[in-house]
Design a binder for this molecule. Structure first.
Ligand SMILES: C=C(NCc1c(COP(=O)(O)O)cnc(C)c1O)C(=O)O
Length: 380
């Protein structure tokens, strides 16, 4: 089955056995009747398993070419589950440009439990190996990274991870499996904030994991059940429905992202535009090799890193909505320094380029001429 068919049919049983419903029903129930203790129809309690969530988990596994999928109440809950594979004394090597909430989960929660994190630039994937020691258990990658749009060579990172018997997890939120499938590139775990492109309509908060390995899946299912960070059936249904148009939405996000990036690139009031589709992007060749297109996320800075100018722009946008999050059909603008990455200390975030004038755009699927007209009137 090709990807564009998997988004609709992947992991789905043709129709519901009860009444032939074509779409998976929303099983809004906490518990399931048992003929005698342990004698049930495959489900006993919705924290450990729910038919609607299972349909979503199968769909996520299918589109990421995994064998097992797990769904959680948010992207951070999914990341939390991955980190619960670790114990005190273990070390994680993470990209130093990543979602602020992930950085906060690592440094404000798991460091207190004795897990140590090293944040490094991974634009040269071989640099990862320099930081591996006998305590390293996990490598955490985003690519493209949020919000600097760095590209990390997933295949190379996977080779380093395998050589040292370390897990590689890839947060695939920005790219989605439409653009790249990290498990096929050698990653052990792929993670999504399905809140973003997979749900695609800014109407559900949900996280997901997909893996190939059965033993790893068993550990993550145990963590999902024992920690209880699951998503509900209604939210599962919304993401399942979102997935069915992922391919057509991503195609338009990519088309519009390119047009917006190119418009900003030539603008006299714009200093730098971060988008992996530019031939002068430091890792353009890697992006071209590991992605089918370059996505709908674009970041940029104002001339002279002018903070006031940046705030004026985001306040003046009318079609782009100034809001947290990304990946919905509507275009969003954000100011990472004061919004999504505010939890990262200023000196830390500025090391990776998240300066006070940085603006991040989630380019939606509106008509590109309207989006560019909005940017033109807001920037001047
Ligand atoms: C809300 C935002 N990001 C969430 C996010 C998360 C967390 O997902 P949540 O569903 O918001 O918990 C994980 N990974 C990446 C790459 C993300 O971008 C944002 O960047 O505006």
């Amino acid at each position: 089955m090709k990807f564009n068919t998997k988004t609709i049919h992947g992991g789905q049983k043709n129709t519901d056995p009860a009444y032939g419903a074509v779409m998976p029903p929303i099983y809004q129930t906490t518990t399931y009747a048992q003929k005698s203790p342990g004698d049930h129809k495959g489900f006993e309690y919705s924290r450990s398993g729910n038919p609607t969530r299972s349909a979503l988990e199968r769909a996520i596994a299918s589109i990421e070419n995994g064998n097992y999928g797990m769904a959680f109440g948010s992207g951070l809950a999914a990341i939390d589950a991955v980190l619960k594979l670790l114990k005190a004394g273990d070390e994680v090597i993470s990209t130093n440009d990543l979602y602020g909430g992930s950085y906060r989960l690592f440094t404000s929660i798991f460091e207190d439990f004795g897990v140590k994190f090293k944040f490094i630039g991974m634009q040269q994937a071989n640099a990862i190996e320099d930081h591996i020691n006998d305590k390293t258990k996990l490598i955490w990658v985003e690519s493209p990274t949020n919000p600097m749009m760095n590209i990390i060579d997933i295949q190379k990172a996977a080779a380093v991870a395998k050589k040292h018997n370390v897990l590689l997890a890839v947060d695939n939120t920005f790219a989605t499996p439409y653009l790249q499938r990290p498990l096929d590139l050698g990653a052990d775990i792929v993670m999504h904030s399905a809140t973003k492109y997979l749900g695609g309509h800014s109407d559900v908060v949900l996280g997901a994991l997909a893996v190939k390995d059965e033993q790893l899946a068993k550990k993550l299912y145990f963590i999902q059940k024992a920690s209880g960070g699951i998503c509900g059936p209604q939210d599962s249904f919304l993401v399942l429905r979102g997935l069915k148009t992922l391919h057509v939405r991503m195609q338009r996000h990519c088309e519009n992202g390119k047009k917006v990036a190119e418009y900003l690139y030539d603008h006299p009031k714009i200093e730098k535009v971060y988008w992996p589709g530019f031939k002068n992007h430091p890792n353009y060749e890697i992006a071209k090799a590991q992605m089918n297109d370059f996505g709908g996320m674009v970041s940029f800075t104002t001339k002279g890193n002018d903070y006031e100018e940046a705030i004026k722009i985001v306040e003046n946008l009318k079609l782009f909505t100034l809001a947290e999050s990304l990946g919905g059909v509507e275009s969003l603008a954000g100011h990472p320094a004061s919004m999504t990455h505010a939890s990262i200390p200023k000196k830390e975030r500025e090391k990776t380029g998240v300066v006070d004038s940085l603006i991040r755009l989630s380019v939606g699927i509106e008509d590109a001429t309207d989006l560019i007209a909005d940017l033109k009137q807001a920037i001047g």
